[in-house]
Design a protein around this ligand. Structure first.
Ligand code: NAP
Length: 293
């Protein structure tokens, strides 16, 4: 089965749109801070904006020059934290090299941190406490698996990559004692030895390393489930634009061996955006509830 992330994401977006229609008064609002002219960031922000607007979420884009100083950026975040009409704050990464992203992530009020990167939200997820925000890519992967009716309990999940935005939170999420968790999780990285043998142990192999077509057919056991998080641009003169987007998995050769696989594009990517909308909606609902009491 080729898991159609685009369709699942569209279904979730339709559910979000219908929920938002039930509310009168102000609309949910996401504030996006975009620093500099990073081309990929511009494209990501455009996609997120289009998706938000398609479900009825307002988007405010705050553009900042790449020369901005950290104090000015922090002041902008403080203003958005204090603005009662803003439900979510997203700082598009990467930031210019002279700005350390950690103080920026810390400055976002945890109840507006719809990316789920603030240490309070990361900690809540790790100890299995509800009510925090879960990072969009790991949450999107969990939704992809559950909406594909893939049972997680007792499965051996091998995750390649240990970044703070994908690998680590995903491991924490899938090992929780929850109906969509309860997996046995192994996390591998550049220093892991016997990578091929580890991959061959996986019932579910999730790859988030940013290495084009790294996972080859001989690293996958028959019937495994493959989730490809990677987004890599490789040269391809046969394409009009001269390049193509591929994942971390050698899709053509791996696909015949596995039971389920996500394509790139059209797998995890659209789910990440759907979860951003979902987290913003939850923040909006939380805020309305608080204002009532
Ligand atoms: N679809 C989506 O929505 C989405 C969202 C986020 C990211 N992505 C994509 O997912 C990929 C990973 O993103 P990221 O932000 O997590 O990347 P990252 O911060 O660069 O982390 C990459 C991780 O992969 C590990 N790694 C790299 N090469 C490896 C190798 N040869 N063998 C074993 N481990 C290796 C690194 O190990 P060390 O820690 O040892 O260095 C690191 O933990 C990228 O292609 C990115 O574009 C997609």
């Amino acid at each position: 089965v080729i898991i159609d992330g685009k369709k699942i994401a569209n279904d979730i977006q339709a559910e979000i749109r219908n929920t938002i229609l039930l509310f009168s008064g102000r609309k949910p609002c996401l504030a996006v801070i975009l620093v500099g002219n990073h081309l990929a960031s511009e494209i990501y922000v455009k996609r997120k904006t289009q998706a938000c607007e398609s479900v009825g979420i307002l988007v405010i884009i705050k553009r900042m020059p790449s020369t901005i100083q950290i104090n000015d950026l922090l002041a902008e975040i403080t203003a958005l934290n204090e603005d009662p009409s803003v439900d979510g704050i997203l700082v598009q990464l990467p930031l210019p090299a002279h700005i350390n992203p950690m103080p920026i992530i810390h400055a976002i009020q945890p109840d507006k941190d719809i990316d789920g990167f603030h240490p309070l939200n990361v900690g809540k997820m790790l100890i299995g406490e509800t009510g925090g925000f879960i990072p969009c890519t790991p949450l999107g992967i969990q939704f992809l698996l559950s909406r594909s009716s893939i049972e997680m309990t007792g499965k051996h999940v091998v995750i390649l990559g240990r970044s703070n935005i994908v690998g680590k939170p995903l491991a924490a999420l899938l090992m929780q004692n929850t109906p969509d968790g309860n997996a046995t999780v192994t996390v591998a990285h550049r220093h892991s030895t016997n990578l091929k043998e580890l991959c061959l142990l996986a019932d579910i192999l999730i790859v988030a390393i940013g290495q084009p077509k790294f996972i080859t057919a001989n690293m996958v056991r028959d019937g495994a489930i493959i989730i490809d998080v990677g987004i890599n641009k490789i040269d391809n003169p046969t394409q009009i634009q001269g390049y193509q987007i591929v994942g971390d998995v050698d899709f053509i050769n791996v696909e015949p061996k596995c039971s389920y696989i996500t394509p790139v594009p059209g797998g995890v990517g659209p789910m990440t955006i759907a979860m951003l909308l979902r987290n913003t909606l939850i923040s909006y609902q939380n805020r309305l509830q608080l204002n009532k009491t």
